[in-house]
Design a protein around this ligand. Structure first.
Ligand code: HEM
Length: 122
């Protein structure tokens, strides 16, 4: 029984370290996707691919939203993260609808949200 419990704990630990990402790595993964999106956002032939990339970014952001920054108000952090997620979801819709003027304006808002978040929490 003891051996079983030790093995179970070890497996959970190994599983977590292999699959759970830190806040920092969730941010890094989002940045990689955002760079790819920014580089191709004016190319309408990439709109559907970019919609997929935005949906991947949402997954990283939803994980990061439930993590804690090293300092600052957790409630405000979560609100800012929620706002960014709402922006990302409308960005995904704009790509799907081939509305690249809207894409541009949401990307600008996302950059402002990023700057605000980083000024407060990074
Ligand atoms: C599109 C939006 C964003 C992108 C692409 C982004 C990207 C990044 C990147 C590249 C880092 C540095 C990771 C490293 O040290 O290697 C970072 C760190 C961080 N970001 Fe963001 N960010 C975004 C928005 C936000 C927002 C809205 C907030 C807060 C509400 C936020 C909070 C943080 C925090 C707390 C860190 C420090 C993480 C740590 O080192 O533990 N970010 N972000």
């Amino acid at each position: 029984m003891k051996l079983f419990l030790v093995t179970l704990c070890l497996s959970v630990f190994i599983f977590n370290s292999a699959f759970a990402q830190s806040l920092k790595s969730n941010m890094k993964s989002s940045q990689t996707l955002l760079k790819q999106i920014a580089a191709t956002m004016n190319d309408t032939t990439k709109n559907q691919e970019n919609a997929v990339n935005v949906s991947k970014m949402v997954v990283f952001f939803e994980a990061a939203r439930n993590q804690s920054p090293d300092s600052g108000s957790l409630k405000n952090y979560q609100e800012l993260m929620d706002q960014s997620i709402v922006l990302m979801k409308s960005l995904e819709s704009a790509f799907k609808a081939n509305d690249n003027a809207l894409v541009l304006s949401i990307m600008q808002k996302l950059n402002t949200a990023k700057k605000e978040g980083h000024d407060l929490y990074k």
